[in-house]
Design a protein around this ligand. Structure first.
Ligand SMILES: [Zn+2]
Ligand SMILES: [Zn+2]
Length: 280
């Protein structure tokens, strides 16, 4: 779908799930319906990837469900073909040592967009790295985000200050930002995008990921941004996107980005705003 002035629906929601992850609700067609109602031009499904050990299959699809996932997304894509652009993506968990597994996994379907996540709730991650002071753990998270970017396996880094959920009382971005900047420099050097994710508003801390300190720093480094709701139910598609666009603008950005066929397109924030129908 070409993004032109004739098509005011330029904004996409680039992060949402399916029931295959076992903690989301609703049919993909219902996510599409909500996106259409909100004025979006399209959506990208990015369900949680299968993981190599099968030990976390209670919160994600298993390896042998990958085809089922692709079929589910394509079913919605076909049903909505005339009205909304529905794309196949994946949210892939990164931790050091997963590179070969992910490289092969990402070739198993025609993914248009791969989100890289450092998921601190992933049991193996927690087991390996959750030690030391809260501050050490917070900084290690940003080091891992930079490592994820440097693998070249991902188009965008998901909810890039998710770590604030672990010790919300010990999260002080104003004090931490100087120590986060080296990781942001490494991320900027790779050309990867970062996600503005509105699901933080319904989690501990009640704040969009990432916060304004980080977004101002990513703007200075010209790191592109992609917008996603991380919807685990249809009602959350494009949730709080008005607030996210305000925050992006406040950080100094004038454009946001979208991926298709693993390629990035940028479009003006003003066009994104025009796309969005105000919630009633
Ligand atoms: Zn999830
Ligand atoms: Zn997600």
């Amino acid at each position: 779908m070409a993004v032109t002035d004739l098509n005011p629906r330029v904004l996409y929601d680039s992060h949402m799930h399916t029931t295959l992850c076992k903690h989301a609700k609703g049919e993909p067609e219902d996510y599409a319906a909500k996106a259409y109602e909100r004025g979006l031009g399209g959506i990208i499904f990015t369900c949680h990837n299968p993981e190599p050990f099968g030990t976390a299959d209670n919160v994600r699809m298993s390896v042998d469900q990958l085809d089922e996932y692709v079929e589910l997304v394509y079913r919605a894509r076909d049903a909505w073909a005339d009205k909304l652009d529905v794309r196949l993506g994946l949210e892939s968990d990164y931790m050091p040592g997963f590179e070969t597994w992910l490289e092969e996994l990402h070739q198993k379907a025609d993914f248009e967009y791969i989100l890289g996540s450092v998921h601190i709730s992933y049991p193996r991650y927690k087991q390996a790295y959750h030690q030391g002071s809260p501050r050490d753990y917070q900084l290690l998270y940003f080091d891992h985000l930079a490592q994820a970017a440097e693998t070249g396996l991902f188009d965008c880094l998901a909810h890039p200050d998710l770590i604030k959920q672990v010790f919300p009382a010990k999260w002080n971005p104003g004090k931490l930002i100087d120590d986060i900047l080296p990781a942001l420099d490494r991320i900027a050097a790779t050309g990867i995008a970062m996600e503005v994710n509105t699901s933080g508003l319904i989690k501990a801390g009640r704040e969009i990921h990432p916060n304004i300190e980080i977004l101002s720093a990513t703007n200075e480094r010209e790191i592109p941004l992609v917008l996603g709701s991380d919807a685990h139910k249809p009602e959350r598609v494009a949730a709080d996107f008005e607030q996210a666009l305000d925050l992006i603008e406040q950080a100094g950005y004038q454009q946001i980005s979208l991926f298709g066929k693993r390629e990035r397109t940028d479009f003006p924030l003003a066009a994104a705003r025009r796309s969005l129908f105000t919630m009633v």
